[in-house]
Design a binder for this molecule. Structure first.
Ligand code: GDP
Ligand code: MN
Length: 389
């Protein structure tokens, strides 16, 4: 799960790290009221979405008057902001953060990330802040420092000195960098983070190090024990199908192609995607019904898969283990009874009760193509979908 910048900054503040004074803005009235409380001549108004790249996309603005603030607010409020990190549709802006501005002397990059390969937390730091870290890694890798943290040892003095060095700071900042690294590490561990990224971290004209941006992601599987973080959830930009599926313990993933897929198990989902690509098609989505779904859940799932405009054909690829094939078949028929969408549907059933399953499909009044193998099923649905177009 991702949270907003203003929420990350709340966490930074709770752990004693430096942030600027700011206010959450959810309406025009909030903006008027909060603007009066800003003590600096210039303020920064920032659109809150679950993606970076807002600065370049016009979602962050330095404002000198309430009029300038209103202008950005009116331009973006309840509208979609497209940045290099969002989809081409963008994300709807329903919140802003209004912050006191500061005099930036220097910008740095600092992040704590989950390093899956080395099975530990890694720190990435650079003296070139505010930049695209991916570009920097490609063009000037020598400007980036990265190291792993040993979970038995944590942040050591030499790590702090290395970060100090890459930031180009002198020893007088040792205590401040130490506080920052140890604080972020503590936040990461105590809240089951998967990412904390500060880009940029800045030095102001009073020689303080301040986080002026903050991006955080959390391990979904640990949210049950992090109620404070769970309370930060904002689903306003989530895909409605993904949310509906999640409610029933299923997982739905939307993709760009035109073939809808109903599968069971993440492995079979991946194999099905590959098989469709191999046959020359592209999946529009997949829904993983997992194990133990009843016929009604299966019917609801298939409806979800077929619903989208872009779906021009569908492949049901299920290996009956915990789910028996007759249940799957009943669910498929139930869904088609309710939906008035005439597109080709291929069903591949194998495993428990597959004979009963096939019979239910054959006896139904719907035109459903049956097959025994995944690859044959993929070829069939790709061909039928192309013909139907
Ligand atoms: P992002 O583009 O989504 O990563 O949004 P950021 O929070 O990083 O803001 C984009 C840019 O706005 C930063 O890199 C800064 O250059 C600028 N900015 C943000 N806050 C301030 C501020 O208080 N003072 C000044 N001068 N610039 C700021
Ligand atoms: Mn940023």
């Amino acid at each position: 799960m991702n949270i907003h910048e203003y929420q990350s900054k709340q966490i930074f503040k709770d752990y004693g790290l430096n942030t600027l004074n700011g206010f959450l803005i959810e309406s025009r009235e909030d903006l008027e009221k909060s603007y009066d409380k800003i003590k600096t001549d210039i303020a920064v108004l920032k659109a809150q979405i679950h993606a970076g790249g807002r600065g370049k996309a016009g979602g962050v603005k330095l404002v000198k008057s309430i009029d300038e603030a209103r202008e950005l607010f009116d331009k973006l409020y309840e509208k979609n902001l497209v940045t290099i990190q969002t989809t081409s549709e963008g994300e709807k802006v329903s919140k802003f953060y209004l912050e006191e501005a500061c005099n930036i002397q220097d910008e740095y990059y600092l992040s704590f990330v989950l390093n899956r390969k080395d099975a530990c937390i890694s720190v990435i730091a650079s003296g070139e802040g505010g930049m695209d870290i991916e570009d920097l890694a490609k063009n000037s890798p020598e400007k980036i420092l990265s190291f792993n943290i040993d979970p038995m040892i944590g942040i050591t003095d030499y790590m702090i000195r290395d970060v100090l060095f890459i930031f180009g700071l002198d020893k007088s900042y040792l205590a401040e960098v130490s506080k920052l690294l140890k604080g972020l590490y503590k936040i990461y561990i105590e809240n089951d983070c998967t990412l904390i990224e500060i880009n940029p971290l800045i030095r102001n004209d009073k020689n303080e190090l301040i986080a002026i941006d903050g991006k955080m992601s959390f391990d979904d599987n640990a949210l049950y024990r992090n109620q404070k973080i769970e309370a930060f959830r904002d689903n306003s930009n989530a895909n409605p199908n993904e949310l509906e599926a999640e409610k029933h313990g299923l997982s739905y993933v939307g993709l760009d192609g035109d073939i809808g897929c109903l599968v069971n198990g993440a492995g079979l989902a991946m194999a099905t995607m590959d098989s469709i690509f191999f046959a020359g098609g592209t999946p529009a989505n997949f829904l993983d019904i997992g194990g133990g779904a009843n016929d009604e859940i299966i019917a609801m799932s298939l409806k979800m898969v077929l619903e989208s405009e872009k779906v021009k054909g569908a492949l049901v690829n299920v290996f009956g283990g915990i789910n028996s094939c007759d249940t799957i078949a009943r669910g498929v028929v139930m869904a088609l009874d309710k939906i008035d969408k005439k597109i080709p549907i291929v069903v591949r059933l194998q495993g428990t009760n597959f004979k009963e399953g096939k019979k239910i499909i054959q006896d139904s009044s719907h035109e459903i193509y049956l097959t025994d193998s995944m690859d044959a099923g993929s070829e069939m649905i790709v061909k039928l979908t192309k013909e139907a177009k």
